[in-house]
Design a protein around this ligand. Structure first.
Ligand SMILES: NC(=O)C1=CN([C@@H]2O[C@H](COP(=O)(O)OP(=O)(O)OC[C@H]3O[C@@H](n4cnc5c(N)ncnc54)[C@H](OP(=O)(O)O)[C@@H]3O)[C@@H](O)[C@H]2O)C=CC1
Ligand SMILES: CC(=O)N[C@@H](CCC(=O)OP(=O)(O)O)C(=O)O
Length: 348
């Protein structure tokens, strides 16, 4: 059995990790790390775990944890993983970081967009950007650190990547309109996320400044060997618990038919367990992926404006966080990539 520790187990992404790992046949959770609930029973914090998890929450001592487990998940705020990790820890255990600390390859870009000093830049190059469907060849038993992509970026990149890579769209014209359920903002109390602030309303935020913009630009840039792609990314907060919906627009570089675009999506994703390219004229909906590790993708050619409209939906806490992290763990330990992740979406 692979021994697992979770730092940030009491957050939304952490709780989702616990839920998924409980259903994984090769894993034992031995450390539930917290900051605010140390020595309290985990199932008192999350009553969905009553009679399923008997353990108490421990602290976030990564040095001690590294001596006990084979892999540590960090589901913690930006900057924390980088402030804890060191060479001794990485020589003992693997790290799958759900935050953004190791996602951007340029430390200056990270510090500029996150407004925090990076405390472990020496590990940035080593970290693998764990977008499994694109980078799985880079993840294996020797991988020590995974930068697990987040919810908006996973949806945006997977939806756009084949079209950028195959030169169907002009990457300098991309506009991404994204919507997220409120769990995307975490469990911490914030006025903006109170029921009356979110319910029956919708709003854009981080307009022109959201920190996921450079991450999407960087990853799509790798598809065409460029480091200067600039795109617009506008996230919106919507009154639902879970789910991300991305609608992306870009200019077509040439005239294409439905069959040509569909053939490209099928070439990239036809064999992928977790990516479902939908049938003609079917638009992805968050409700059809909720609770699962699936990403649903659809598209429409808009001949009047010579644009392609690409749509993607996933569950921010599963494929956008904990599910993708477990998928990466499976690759790192040589398990079936979908072990513990085969569940069908919830509905209603
Ligand atoms: N929510 C989502 O949909 C997604 C989240 N992510 C990323 O995952 C990470 C966690 O997000 P999320 O679960 O939403 O956040 P939450 O706010 O729900 O949880 C944060 C967790 O981190 C712990 N924590 C906070 N500060 C510290 C600290 N100084 N030392 C130790 N532990 C600390 C908290 O402990 P305690 O509860 O004990 O205070 C809690 O367990 C973030 O980096 C986020 O960007 C990525 C993709 C999607
Ligand atoms: C609704 C909401 O507030 N969402 C968060 C994204 C959360 C997240 O998952 O961030 P990472 O992908 O970087 O880990 C935000 O916009 O900051």
């Amino acid at each position: 059995m692979v021994k697992v520790g979770i730092i940030g187990a009491t957050g939304y992404a952490g709780n989702e990790l616990v839920r998924l790992l409980l259903g994984h046949k090769d894993v034992e959770i031995v450390w539930l790390g917290s900051r605010s609930y140390i020595d309290q029973k985990y199932s008192d914090v999350y009553r969905n775990m009553f009679r399923l998890v008997d353990a108490k929450c421990l602290d976030d001592n990564m040095d001690a944890l590294a001596k006990e487990v084979d892999v540590i998940f960090t589901a913690t705020p930006q900057g924390l993983c980088a402030s804890l990790v060191n060479e001794d820890i990485l020589s003992r255990t693997k790290i799958i970081d759900l935050s953004a600390d190791f996602r951007l390859k340029d430390v200056k870009t990270y510090e500029e967009w996150y407004k925090i000093e990076h405390k472990a830049p020496q590990f940035i190059n080593e970290a693998v950007y764990g977008l499994c469907e694109i980078n799985r060849h880079k993840v294996n038993k020797n991988t020590r650190i995974i930068a697990n992509p987040g919810c908006y970026t996973t949806t945006s990149i997977l939806t756009l990547y084949p079209m950028v890579k195959e030169g169907i769209i002009d990457p300098d014209t991309i506009i991404i309109d994204a919507k997220s359920g409120t769990s995307g903002a975490g469990r911490g109390a914030k006025v903006n996320n109170l029921f009356c602030e979110v319910n029956e309303s919708m709003k854009a935020y981080g307009v022109g400044t959201h920190r996921h913009t450079p991450e999407i630009e960087e990853q799509l840039g790798y598809a065409v060997n460029r480091d200067d792609i600039k795109l617009i990314f506008t996230p919106h907060l919507v009154p639902m618990n879970r789910g991300i919906l991305v609608t992306a627009y870009a200019n077509l570089k040439k005239e294409v038919s439905y069959e040509e675009v569909k053939a490209i999506y099928d070439k990239y994703y036809g064999e992928e367990f977790f990516i479902r390219v939908l049938e003609k004229d079917v638009c992805p909906e968050t409700r059809w992926v909720e609770g699962s590790n699936f990403v649903d993708i659809g598209f429409k050619i808009e001949p009047r404006t010579k644009r392609l409209i690409m749509m993607g939906a996933l569950d921010n806490l599963v494929k956008g966080a904990a599910g993708q992290a477990v998928q990466n763990m499976n690759l790192m330990f040589g398990f079936e990539e979908n072990e513990g992740l085969k569940m069908a979406p919830l509905f209603p």
